[in-house]
Design a binder for this molecule. Sequence first.
Ligand SMILES: Cc1ncc(COP(=O)(O)O)c(C=O)c1O
Length: 423
Amino acid sequence: MSRSQVIPETLSGKRIVNQIRDVLDNVSIPAEQPNKKMIPLSLGDPTTFGNLMTTDIFIKALQKAAASPAAHGYQHTTGSKAAKEAVAKRSAAATGRKVEAADVFLASGCSGALDISLQALASPGDNILLPQPGFALYETLALAHGIEVRHYPLLPHKKWEIDVDALEQLVDDKTRAILVNNPSNPCGSVYSKEHLCDVLAAAERLNLAVIADEIYGNLVFSGETFYSMAELAKNVPVLEVGGLAKEFLVPGLRVGWIIMHDVELEDGQTALQNVRRSALRLTQLTLGANTLVQACMPDILTPKAGSPEERQLAQFNADTIAQLESNAKFVTKRINSMRGLRATTPQGAMYTMVEIDQSQIAMDDVKFTQQLVDEELVFVLPGSCFGMANFVRIVYCAPEEVLAEACDRIEAFLKRLSTAVGN
Ligand SMILES: Cc1ncc(COP(=O)(O)O)c(C=O)c1O
């Protein structure tokens, strides 16, 4: 007998709102032309073009782990002791705080860490404060769990700093946390110590926890200093989330973490004691992060002080940053020489937001993206994907010659536009 009914869509499935998909469903990607290849400057995946490659140390550690049955089995759902100790040791050195393996919860990528953090802090009906523009997954995850989102503005002409006054206006008795993403996707900004202290002071006044998404913390350009929220926070509980994806150029390997930076209360309890308990239970839903990759973490996160491996890892990080910084300078200089576009100078990460001057280019970001990809096969992401219309986000991980070709094509596109309107 053949089936007569389609299985209905579930509530869980329907609750997944994907801002990027919603915008991109209105953009059609043309087929490649024989003499013109598509240049995708849209995905925050540094491996797309093959020019950015992880370190040999990681590859060797993976090979060693692949040959070891101990790295193939289940681990504790929050991660293996050795991997968590490595994350804790590095965090303690970076923040000057006491951090132990018990403060660390490994997850499937930083995305998994964000998912657990949000659910451990907020129940359905509670709300959390998110940056706008911001990484779209924050909202997708929160809404999937019935958590309301409230967006606080980032100020494009003040280096994308947080509008702290506007943020404070959003808070009510159901607000559970402020999510701060520094360095930022999509803005490429790196906040000053003073600014982060202002945000922390607000969190303290409002009695809120902070989720600090610091996945780009080790990808900061020369002349800039990265301060982690945990190193500056005194009376604010901080859930620091991060992962291997960006720093080690391995987004597909899927290991991230939460580090609970707790606050002791006068009665001997701690601010995050329940959050830790919830996070532990939540890891039991997924049974933890990839164990093969966990086995590599001591080697890549905590090489022996003074060893050749330590030097090699430092060099790898310096080379990655140098490449990204040089690409950032190249792209922003080229874009800023074009009439009608203004790129903000990135201070870290792998993104720049480019403003479309509406007085010169009478097109919104979605139309701009569509027409650019149709005519020139250069694919950027509309700012609307991040809640910021009239901007587009460019990822500058590609080799310089590819970026040069993309910029030539954007320039040709703009010239045709201005000729068409007689400018
Ligand atoms: C700000 C930010 N947080 C988290 C993630 C997710 O990282 P992962 O690939 O480790 O899940 C990304 C990925 O692009 C990101 O840009």
